[in-house]
Design a protein around this ligand. Structure first.
Ligand SMILES: Nc1ncnc2c1ncn2[C@@H]1O[C@H](COP(=O)(O)OP(=O)(O)OP(=O)(O)O)[C@@H](O)[C@H]1O
Ligand SMILES: [Mg+2]
Length: 270
């Protein structure tokens, strides 16, 4: 369904050096798969999401979704088939519009409308029903401004909006990291429910090893712009947070060794 072939993305570092945000990444995800992505800070997770969504372009490589080439498609056209939820709960919704108006916009997305649709009785009912499905009483607050809601409530609605039109692909970049534990659980459980009900294909970035083992049937670990660990099915089900943390430690140890060797070589030759 989603196929990335030899994607490389470099940036200029602060000292003028080349930073490989993604270094020859290839990845194939089947339709309906829920892939969790973990990795240390700066390992390339968000760059991967940005490149798939079209908010960034790779230096080299190809991406296809359902056989269609993605890279020639501008970001706004990809938005019709790719749903996205960011870390910041205020990014996915418009603060000074009502809850109902925000959801009406989600209904528009991908239908080629460029302005607000008429809020027909039928659409209002559909919105009420779907919001009630979240199960936290937001259906009684549809006429209130989005800014009156908490971060968790907004992120729950953003999840609903991002999946309203059944996207071919859902990208979640640490979408519960800014929430308190109770709200994070609520949004994650909602995520799991929507994904299962609608059979979505998902890439979910998280720094929580608990969430990484609980969700999805495949887990990918990134390090220095590369996929260094990729487990699925039984192996994924058996994975424990402590094992993942131990793998991170191993990678850090190897980095420290590399730095020490580089330091020694510098000392020897200068
Ligand atoms: N616009 C940019 N300009 C320069 N360097 C960038 C830019 N975006 C990302 N990078 C660099 O690319 C690398 C990968 O960054 P990225 O944001 O993808 O990491 P990440 O895995 O999402 O990290 P985090 O867990 O902190 O969110 C980092 O070294 C980062 O500094
Ligand atoms: Mg990131």
């Amino acid at each position: 369904m989603l196929e990335l072939a030899h994607i490389t993305k470099t940036y200029n570092g602060s000292g003028g050096e080349t930073v490989y945000a993604l270094n020859d990444v290839s990845l194939r995800c089947e339709r309906g798969s829920f892939v969790v992505i973990v990795g240390s800070n700066g390992s390339g997770k968000s760059t991967l999401m940005n490149i798939i969504a079209g908010s960034d372009t790779p230096d080299t490589g190809n991406i296809t979704v359902g056989g269609k080439k993605l890279l020639s498609m501008p970001e706004h056209r990809r938005a019709a088939t790719i749903g996205r939820v960011f870390q910041n709960p205020f990014q996915g919704t418009i603060a000074d519009m009502t809850v109902m108006e925000n959801l009406a916009l989600a209904y528009c997305c991908g239908r080629g409308f460029t302005f607000k649709p008429a809020l027909t009785r039928q659409l209002r009912e559909e919105i009420r029903e779907r919001v009630a499905g979240i199960g936290i009483g937001l259906e009684d607050r549809l006429t209130q401004s989005m800014s009156s809601l908490s971060g968790g409530q907004r992120q729950a609605l953003t999840m609903l909006m991002a999946t309203w039109r059944k996207p071919r692909l859902l990208l979640l970049d640490e979408h519960t990291a800014a929430l308190d534990p109770r709200s994070a659980d609520l949004v994650l459980n909602l995520t799991g429910r929507i994904v299962a009900e609608r059979g979505l294909t998902v890439l979910m970035v998280t720094h929580s090893m608990q969430h990484a083992v609980l969700f999805g049937e495949r887990l990918i670990m990134m390090h220095h712009g590369q996929i260094v660990y990729d487990i699925r099915d039984g192996e994924k089900r058996r994975a424990r947070p402590s094992e993942l943390i131990a793998r991170f430690e191993e990678l850090r140890r190897a980095d420290r060794m590399d730095e020490s060797v580089a330091g020694l070589l510098r000392a020897q030759y200068h």
